[in-house]
Design a protein around this ligand. Sequence first.
Ligand code: BGC
Ligand code: ZN
Length: 355
Amino acid sequence: MKAIAVVPKKKGSARMIDVDTPVITATQVLVKVKLVGLDGTDKEINEGSYGEPPEGEKMLIFGHESLGEVVGVGAEVKAFKRGDMVVATVRRPDDCINCQAGEYDMCLKGDYTERGIKGRHGFLSEYYAEEERFLVKVPQSLGDLAVLLEPASVAEKAVRTAFTVQKRMKWEPEIAMVTGTGSLGLITAMILRLRGLEVISVDASDDAYKDEIFSELGIVHFNAKKINLHDIPHEIGRQIDIVIEETGSSSVAMHAIMVAGTNAVVVLASVTGGDKHIEICSDCFNQGLVLGNKTVVGIVNAHRRDFEQGIVDLLAAEARWEGLLAKLITARYPPEKIQEALSSMRENIKVVIEF
Ligand code: BGC
Ligand code: ZN
């Protein structure tokens, strides 16, 4: 079967290869891949700054945002049948206390693997095999939009974490700021709107297509080229209660922490693979956190419950803003055009590979 693989740490190495079609065991499900979304992590993997092959192998089949159809089930599989549409979770556990409790997204030891990212092949292939416990059934009514479920699960974890840590006090948030308006930022903004919050978004993009999306969602967008992040609270005349940082830029992350208001929560969700250094006023940074009782929390990956909540919210978003989610999928490429697909990510919201 066709698959797309990289040689991790080698720049620009993504290409099509031919591999054996997987054979399932009694507890596994065989999935025919329909769509695979690409994100910043995939870009970094192709650029050679992130990603690890499975032990003893040289290549990694990447891709972790999947949507596929069940075409085979092992004799002991209970929850799935042929024809079901499924999205696979990404992380696989090690033997730490969190992983053993089913909370692999909170792995303590770091010996986890991630399909398509770290030590385990991903979903950019015609078929994949998986244990049923790592699959999530998606409603047929979502159609192709279900390819957005994996990024939605990360957004759900960010929002869930914000609300969980804020149980530290009486808290009635009004305004959230999302930095970064890629697919993850836009889905996060949508979820926050569904929770009844006012949302502002910030990033350096200046794009009429996105402006329409912002206005449909009822979010106020600031162009980071025209306004300094630090001036935004003054500009809107209010303090910011929640910041969710998804630009992929560590310097924006540091400034976003400083811009958050009193008692605010800042959720950092960008995996920044480089080694960028910036200078900040560390006294201001520290004092702002201390005197503002602010909390900053990092999040990665997602729990199964975040995938389940993601389904609820994707359906709710489709009901409230009909056709809007489809506008996030702005390009589709066949597997042969993987390099073209990766380089088109700059000018797109979500690029998907269609098998
Ligand atoms: C994926 C997560 C993963 C993270 C770090 C993200 O792009 O969505 O599932 O944990 O990268 O590898
Ligand atoms: Zn673990």
